[in-house]
Design a protein around this ligand. Sequence first.
Ligand code: GLA
Length: 403
Amino acid sequence: MGFLAALDRGPTARAALEAMTGAPAQVLARAPGRVNLIGEHTDYNGGAVLPVALPHATWAAASVRTDGRVRVRSLQRRDDEVAVELPSVAACGPGLSPTWAGYAVGVLWTLARAGVPVPGLDLVVDSTVPLGAGLSSSAALECAVGAAVLGVLGRPVAGADADLLVDAAVAAEQQVVGAPTGGMDQAVAVHGRAGHAVHLDFATGAAAARRLVALPLHERGLALLVTDTRVAHALADGGPDAEPVGYAARRADCEEAARLLGVPSLREAVPDAVEALPDGRPRRRARHVVSETARVAAFVAALERDDRRELGRLLAGSHASLRDDMEVSCPELDLAVTAATGAGALGARMTGGGFGGSTVALVDEQSLGLVAAAVDEAFEREGLAAPQHLVVEASDGASWSPV
Ligand code: GLA
């Protein structure tokens, strides 16, 4: 058992770009993945979230082309290197195939649409964010490429340009790739800060109100253990009469629940009204969102007063709610949570959209190895492939530097 290292892939991205173009790279940009501490499936319901930027990140090396074309190569899948070439920035919009291309260059199109003079570019990306693990490798990719664009234009990732980058990355995911995600991932990929979690409140819509929350884990002898189960369950629909499945279906359920409750978003729902709904999916989804929103506020308060029992209780409550009411967990996530808690973690829960992916556990620093080993043993006993562990320190959001 080992922990996935957060290596600096900047040099490999830069060397590969220079080999591809035969000329020096101009800019090296970086954007992190994220782990959400608490506040799951709340962002698209006007609720609050509390993510942390990972030390694991995506790098994008970039140089401007004079012919307006766009070429991007990814080193992320060593067994399956991919490259995409497009005739112009205008060709980086909806309908791109494969999906990977949309994540990589969709943000060029959305930035251009927002009035940024995006030039033709050569880009090489590389990453240490595990793919498909619920740790927002896609937002890291969108934001790294977007930061590289700001870089070649000499515009720092700060102030209005940082907000512009978040919006462009969200728009790329929603409009170019077609994934109806909620906005948390891109916001923390840009606004993450070392030593802090980012409290984002989506009450006013996608442009979330932002507040940094100190996360003095090491100072308190604590650590965050993220476990990638390496499981991604297929979300195919089971036919016209089957229950809808997947992230989009959960969003639709929440909208239906808000409609039944007569509120603009589940953020506005109150527990008594939720419990008065007839038994069924809308009631369960609304119950999750309402209880999870309360847990985010309680978690921030418990962090401030270093109440570890309460932090653990809230993580456990979040997991139970995601499993039973939101119905986005799966046996492997449940197993990782049970094993971590059984081995002494203060608390653990699934993190991200669900249906596979990762868990996050709050543990005493000295117990990191023990807890990770207990999860490995549990997986082995069940005949499951070994999970991958990451130790997470809260890190900085997107940035670029000249090469
Ligand atoms: C995915 C989405 C986010 C958020 C989470 C669930 O990561 O991209 O916007 O909805 O799922 O909390």
